[in-house]
Design a protein around this ligand. Structure first.
Ligand SMILES: Nc1ncnc2c1ncn2[C@@H]1O[C@H](COP(=O)(O)OP(=O)(O)OP(=O)(O)O)[C@@H](O)[C@H]1O
Ligand SMILES: [Mg+2]
Length: 264
């Protein structure tokens, strides 16, 4: 479960470079809901995810995860609830560690304590069978450095890492954007399976309207730091990509008109 109340984020407050990234974000995502997030460049999508991971502490407002208020919690303290997969396949894992070391780190929730003793036979077998499920032949590459894997292979391992510790929240920031279409589809299918099997509360940022409608139960649109559009249920079911594109343009036009009215 995720909840935000009146969350505001302004970068470089009080300077010439001041930039409002999120405005009064009020959002409740019940346990197990899968939400897709769309919006133009600079709309505030990644900032919203950063507020949930604790990488950015809002200037005002409150954040709850799993019914606990976490507004001022550090990202490491939140890591036990929240897993994240980034756009850049290089960002979610350590290139210089082996595949099994990366998995062990995820399994131990980022703790380096007892790191190598954690890699016993039982754990190695568990990792091997989980990697085999990905059907990428990675079960034979446990001791290869992560940096040797392709982007798609790394994203698949990153997704797997998010399931090793009992996370409840999964945040995906354009996690298929750097992949070729076939690998992207594979990673999306894997995302669906992992989210369903683990009943994860999920936010997935995407620039693909198709993905936004095909995956998940609800779609949010952000524009200039505001949620301008929030659809789910039957309203969302009948929607085509063309409808969504039209709404995207229409809502952005309305937001511009509102701004013009506000500015007088
Ligand atoms: N650390 C920062 N310092 C200053 N401004 C920032 C910082 N991070 C983000 N911003 C600004 O905040 C706004 C929102 O950025 P954000 O990265 O959340 O957008 P986004 O919706 O993820 O865009 P994209 O689709 O391009 O990834 C942008 O105007 C961006 O330039
Ligand atoms: Mg972004």
């Amino acid at each position: 479960m995720i909840k935000t109340e009146f969350v505001n984020v302004t970068f470089n407050l009080g300077t010439a470079l001041e930039k409002i990234a999120l405005r009064e974000i009020n959002l409740t995502i019940p346990e197990g809901q899968f939400v897709t997030v769309i919006g133009s460049n600079g709309a505030g999508k990644s900032t919203l995810l950063n507020v949930l991971t604790g990488d950015i502490i809002p200037n005002s407002g409150k954040v709850w995860i799993n019914y606990q208020e976490v507004t001022t919690w550090s990202s490491s303290k939140r890591a036990k609830f929240v897993a994240r997969v980034f756009q850049n396949p290089l960002a979610g894992s350590c290139a210089n560690l082996t595949v099994e070391e990366n998995l062990a780190l995820a399994y131990r929730r980022g703790s380096l304590r007892g790191f190598h003793s954690a890699l016993n036979h039982r754990l190695r077998d568990q990792f091997r069978s989980q990697l085999a499920r990905l059907n990428l032949g990675l079960e034979n590459r446990l001791s290869d450095r992560m940096g040797l894997l392709s982007g798609g292979q790394r994203q698949a391992v990153s997704l797997l890492m998010s399931t090793l510790a009992p996370h409840q929240v999964l945040l995906l920031d354009e996690h298929t954007a750097a992949l070729d279409p076939k690998t992207a589809n594979y990673i999306l299918q894997l995302t669906r399976e992992i989210v369903n099997e683990n009943r994860l509360t999920t936010l997935m940022v995407t620039h693909s309207m198709r993905q936004a409608l095909d995956l998940g139960d609800r779609t949010l649109m952000l524009h200039e730091g505001k949620i301008i559009f929030d659809i789910s249920g039957s309203q969302r079911q009948g929607l085509t990509v063309t409808d969504l594109l039209q709404l995207f343009e229409q809502q952005q036009q309305e937001a511009l008109t509102d701004d013009a009215l506000l500015l007088g």
